[in-house]
Design a protein around this ligand. Structure first.
Ligand code: ATP
Length: 274
């Protein structure tokens, strides 16, 4: 149990501008963060304070990036953990890891002289899945501890905890997590539309020598259904194809091959899990 349950990284360099597309998700997240940060004003209006924000959507769409940007936006320290880290053989270990995570967040924020800490829990469904009749006793303790910690979050705490969780299986979450006063703000982070894909492609092309004839608008059309993570892969693979051909720039055909490769990779992954 000596493994660290959370990794603190310097997220201060990461901002919302570096996330492509996801305009609505960004806007909703910023509004939710403003709610938390301006808690006093919000309370005057009689609005219930917010405890946790849930980002829901398919893999690779930028949920982790959004959480990092949230830390930057609110000038918070950033701690990340994944639901799967709390699943342990021994009863009680998961729960104590949750406790440690919140403790560590408060300590880190104090040390860094910051008023708040963002705790990001990816794959929340692993610990917060629906309870099925006493089957998952260990998970229950972990989930109960998380609920206890959430109940202990107050918007005027110093340092303040901003809890963000992500899932790609929102339907499987236990109702206890979604209740008012828990994760009661849900933000959908969907696959990007064409405009979003073009934006994401341009972000990942920024440091690459694209041939001037390359039309990102067309590449965006051709990558229908791709996630942000896949689009990042497309740009990276295209650069590798260009290198193999000793080409100084990345051209249309490199991108076409890269799109095929990423699409094929998806298929192979799916076949492997089926
Ligand atoms: P998972 O559900 O698998 O944890 P996620 O939604 O948290 O995925 P991220 O980890 O945020 O996805 O994204 C993975 C990588 O894909 C990022 O590091 C980035 O390179 C790229 N990426 C994903 N979405 C975007 C986006 N909207 N804009 C720019 N890059 C993106």
């Amino acid at each position: 149990a000596g493994r660290r349950s959370a990794s603190a990284v310097n997220a201060s360099a990461f901002s919302f501008e570096q996330i492509g597309g996801q305009d609505r998700a960004k806007q909703e997240l910023i509004e939710a963060l403003d709610f938390i940060v301006k808690a006093d004003e919000i309370r005057k209006l009689g609005i219930r304070p917010l405890k946790g924000i849930l980002l829901a959507g398919p893999p690779g769409t930028g949920k982790t990036l959004l959480a990092k940007a949230a830390a930057h936006y609110t000038n918070s320290v950033y701690l990340a953990a994944s639901g799967s880290e709390f699943v342990e053989m021994y009863v009680g270990v998961g729960a104590s890891r949750i406790r440690d995570l919140f403790k560590e967040a408060r300590t880190k924020a104090k040390k860094a002289g910051k008023d708040s800490a963002v705790i990001f829990i990816d794959e929340i469904d692993v610990i917060g899945g629906k309870r099925d009749g006493g089957q998952q006793r260990e998970y229950d303790q972990t989930l109960n501890q998380l609920l206890t910690e959430m109940d202990g979050i107050h918007t005027n705490d110093k340092p303040r905890i901003l809890l963000i969780a992500a899932t790609n299986r929102k339907d499987s979450l236990d109702a206890a997590l979604l209740r008012p006063g828990r994760f009661d703000r849900h933000i959908t982070v969907d696959l990007p539309d064409k405009k979003g894909r073009k934006h994401i492609l341009s972000i990942h092309a920024a440091n690459k020598p694209l041939h001037p004839d390359v039309d990102l608008d067309r590449i965006a059309s051709e990558s229908f259904g791709f996630s942000g993570a896949q689009l990042e892969s497309v740009m990276n693979e295209a650069a590798i194809y260009a290198m193999r051909e000793d080409s100084e720039t990345i051209g249309d055909h490199h991108l076409a091959m890269a799109i095929d490769k990423v699409m094929m990779g998806e298929k192979t992954d799916r076949e492997a899990t089926n």
